[in-house]
Design a protein around this ligand. Structure first.
Ligand SMILES: [Zn+2]
Length: 68
């Protein structure tokens, strides 16, 4: 199993804060899988928004396609 960690970097469109989420390969598969966009939730204002996978986490956008 891969021990690689994926960093999802995002900026909230509502309050402007930026945050980073770090997930393992398994967690990425479980939460998102091979999707073009990922849903994120701001930890500050709890706004929900969507970001392109390749922008939020380019590594995952590449690796998830290698998996399938
Ligand atoms: Zn926010």
């Amino acid at each position: 199993m891969s021990k690689k960690r994926y960093r999802i970097e995002s900026g909230c469109p509502q309050c402007g804060c930026t945050f980073t989420t770090v997930l393992s390969h398994e967690e990425m598969l479980e939460k998102y899988g091979d999707v073009p966009n990922i849903d994120l939730e701001c930890g500050e204002c709890m706004a929900k928004f969507t970001k392109k996978t390749e922008e939020a986490c380019p590594e995952w956008a590449t690796d998830c396609k290698l998996e399938t």
